[in-house]
Design a protein around this ligand. Structure first.
Ligand code: ZN
Ligand code: MN
Length: 172
């Protein structure tokens, strides 16, 4: 007979928080989200509950983030990609073939392979070109645009002095 599971309010709250959650949160993320409702709960408690949920196959631990352990309520077989900038984790539900694996391990049977896919997500890709603290300046003589921290004295393209004005995308 299976032992009866004791569903404490904290276990239930963490299970509910994880249900359908696509964020692949860490124990610290879960703690931050729930500590308001459970002021006596500690990060250690969250870890204990996660261990319990793992043992009972309700949650899977994923090892894609080197900085923290992350958890996935979707225990089905799938791969993950992590954005190197924002650390968001994305699901890949398609089979990824690694066709030449036995070439590197001849004489072995490959049972299972885990991929660590590091990406720059579409959102971060878009933000990549904006350098913090830098502005765009346009030359009123030749029209060329220059990105710099401070307004250049001289236009780098046509050499005119004092011709650069701050370029504002909204006005154009
Ligand atoms: Zn990103
Ligand atoms: Mn996942």
């Amino acid at each position: 007979m299976k032992p009866k599971i004791k569903w404490t309010p904290q276990r239930l709250a963490i299970l509910k928080y994880l249900d359908g959650n696509k964020e692949h949160p860490s124990a610290e993320d879960i703690y931050a989200a729930l500590s308001k409702d459970f002021p006596t709960m500690s990060v250690a408690t969250v870890y204990n509950v996660l261990e319990f949920l793992k043992r009972t196959n309700r949650v899977k631990e994923i090892n894609i983030d080197q900085e923290k352990r992350r958890f996935d309520p979707d225990t089905s077989e799938h791969h993950h990609a992590i954005c190197v900038k924002c650390k968001k984790v994305f699901d890949i539900f398609k089979d990824i073939n690694i066709p030449d694996l036995d070439k590197y391990l001849s004489g072995f049977d490959v049972i299972d392979a885990h991929l660590q896919i590091h990406v720059l997500c579409p959102e971060c890709k878009e933000k990549k070109d904006l350098h913090i603290g830098q502005r765009e300046y346009q030359c009123s003589i030749c029209g060329s645009i220059r990105t710099a921290k401070h307004k250049p004295q001289k236009c780098p393209s046509c050499g005119s002095r004092g011709s650069l004005k701050e370029f504002n995308h909204q006005k154009h």
